[in-house]
Design a protein around this ligand. Structure first.
Ligand SMILES: Cc1cc2nc3c(=O)[nH]c(=O)nc-3n(C[C@H](O)[C@H](O)[C@H](O)COP(=O)(O)OP(=O)(O)OC[C@H]3O[C@@H](n4cnc5c(N)ncnc54)[C@H](O)[C@@H]3O)c2cc1C
Length: 480
């Protein structure tokens, strides 16, 4: 069935995916009034990995989510104006587990000095003093060589290497340099020390050591922006099952969606895709060239299970998050949502959210919630945080696309896919999943604003302008 859904004279823009990137582009386009926008989302709700939901009266996110004050001013100002007083500025108050000790995270100079295991502290000092004499790694540069050369063996081997092995499931020497560039802001001891010094009173600015967090959960950012976009005229179709993307040679023409009486054609002047680039390629009709299909098979996303342990107590600890870089603890981080939105309500219950990086072929993936809950309690006991209160339940959520995997071949595979997609007329791809970018929410929103800026009144893309934006996006560095 064919639906020509445009009754106005404006170009029709279809957006695939209603995570932060898809929602933000709909908001920006609706605000500009340049086009009619329709967002097509597979899930019954918006927000993607940055959404929130309720468990036993407690607002939960898909793992620890903070809105970082380093966001572009345009992005930050919009989020502030949409959320108003609901956007809280909260102090970061986490702990990291190293060598059997807890150290404040983000690192603070005095705390680190007193709490870091002595041997670790001396080796770190040695690495730092001997850096000028250290022989640079020979052979091809990888994540591992960049960290050895920049930081020395102590912090690389004790902190970063186990942490990335846990997060990505592969050894650091099989990870690309790009991961160090995107993920690690402190690639030298002096940069780490500089960050620590900014934590001293009077050394930073009013947001140093703080983060923004909405009173009703991180998902309030997406919910608020969706409501504003709808008010401005954008439309959202949730639970949309996209069956194919019709193209005629190099021109993308329409999106087909499953309907009650057969597939329905949604004609499009410009398709803006924020869904995983692999999904996008696989939906193409006629199919993509063989080389693109092979690159699509080879490129990988890392999955994650989120475990939500419901405990019958007001608060488990005073900390927002606990970080576990060492391989002896399978989870990478644990957060307590009530401590993010600073509420004592509801009384007598709290939730602990653990992030367990894992792929569908790993043993954790098919375990029952009950079994995973028992493991979770065991991991906490092992790090000296035994659960001594009643456990009401353990719930789980599984993310298939938590992190893009920057292995040594990813760049070649990504470029093959990206170049083909860039050559298609009537299609623009962005967002964390679309550009295989290890980005924060404020980056996804910034990409969306860039995309909206590149669309002219006829619904066409200024490709030179987009190329310049892409160079800017490549400089994004992830905040933790
Ligand atoms: C564990 C974890 C912690 C994080 N912590 C932070 C943090 O502290 N701060 C921060 O700023 N960022 C954080 N992030 C990153 C943040 O979640 C992402 O940057 C953000 O969600 C990216 O937005 P996006 O719209 O590009 O992608 P997504 O949020 O992934 O949205 C993509 C959307 O596309 C939809 N989709 C997929 N396939 C289809 C299909 N076939 N048809 C239609 N729709 C489809 C999905 O359902 C989803 O809604 C974290 C991410 C993870 C995994």
């Amino acid at each position: 069935m064919s639906v020509e859904n445009n009754t106005s004279s404006k170009p029709v823009i279809q957006v695939l995916g209603a995570g932060p990137a898809g929602i933000a582009v709909a908001y920006a386009l609706a605000k500009s009034g340049k086009s009619d926008v329709e967002v097509l989302e597979r899930a019954p709700v918006g927000g993607g990995n940055a959404a929130s939901f309720m468990i036993d009266g407690i607002i939960c996110d898909y793992g620890s989510h903070r809105f970082h004050p380093v966001a572009d001013p345009d992005v930050l100002n919009d989020v502030k104006s949409i959320l108003g007083d609901d956007l809280l500025l909260r102090p970061r108050h986490g702990r990291i587990r190293l060598g059997g000790r807890w150290i404040h995270f983000p690192l603070k100079p005095l705390d680190a000095l007193l709490r870091l295991p002595k041997k670790f502290g001396f080796s770190l000092l040695g690495d730092s003093l001997l850096k000028p004499l250290r022989k640079k790694s020979s052979g091809p540069r990888t994540f591992s060589t960049v960290l050895y050369d920049g930081l020395g063996s102590t912090i690389a081997e004790n902190f970063y290497f186990p942490y990335v092995k846990k997060l990505w499931g592969i050894d650091p020497e099989k990870l690309a340099v790009k991961l160090a560039e995107r993920r690690i802001s402190g690639t030298s001891v002096s940069k780490i020390l500089f960050k620590m010094l900014r934590m001293l009173p009077g050394m930073g600015d009013e947001t140093t050591g703080k983060f923004f967090y909405p009173r009703k959960g991180f998902g309030q950012i997406c919910d608020g922006m969706t409501a504003s976009a709808i008010e401005l005229g954008a439309s959202f179709q949730f639970s949309s099952d996209i069956t194919r993307i019709e193209r005629d040679g190099d021109k993308v023409q329409a999106v087909w969606i499953k309907g009650k009486d057969g597939d329905v054609r949604h004609g499009s002047d410009q398709l803006l895709s924020t869904v995983p680039l692999t999904t996008l390629v696989n939906l193409m009709d006629p199919p993509a060239p063989q080389a693109v299909l092979e690159a699509t098979k080879a490129i990988k996303f890392r999955g994650m299970i989120l475990l939500y342990l419901v405990l019958e107590t007001d608060q488990f600890t005073e900390f927002d998050a606990h970080y576990f870089p060492e391989l002896s603890t399978p989870i990478s981080r644990m957060s307590e949502p009530k401590n993010y939105y600073a509420s004592a309500e509801p009384k007598g219950v709290t939730v602990l959210c653990a992030e367990l990086p894992c792929d569908p072929d790993e043993r954790w993936w098919d375990m029952s919630d009950k079994e995973l809950g028992e493991h979770f309690c065991g991991w906490l006991a092992d790090v000296g945080l035994p659960v001594t209160v009643a456990v009401r339940a353990c719930h789980t959520r599984r993310l298939s696309h938590a992190y893009p995997v920057y292995d040594l071949n990813y760049e070649a595979n990504f470029n093959t896919i990206d170049q083909w997609l860039l050559g298609l007329d009537g299609l623009l791809v962005f967002g964390r999943q679309g550009l295989f970018a290890h980005d924060n929410t404020h980056h996804a929103i910034a990409m969306a604003y860039g995309a909206a800026d590149c669309l002219n009144d006829a619904g066409q893309i200024d490709t030179a302008k987009w190329a310049a934006y892409r160079e800017e996006f490549a400089k994004h560095t992830v905040e933790d």
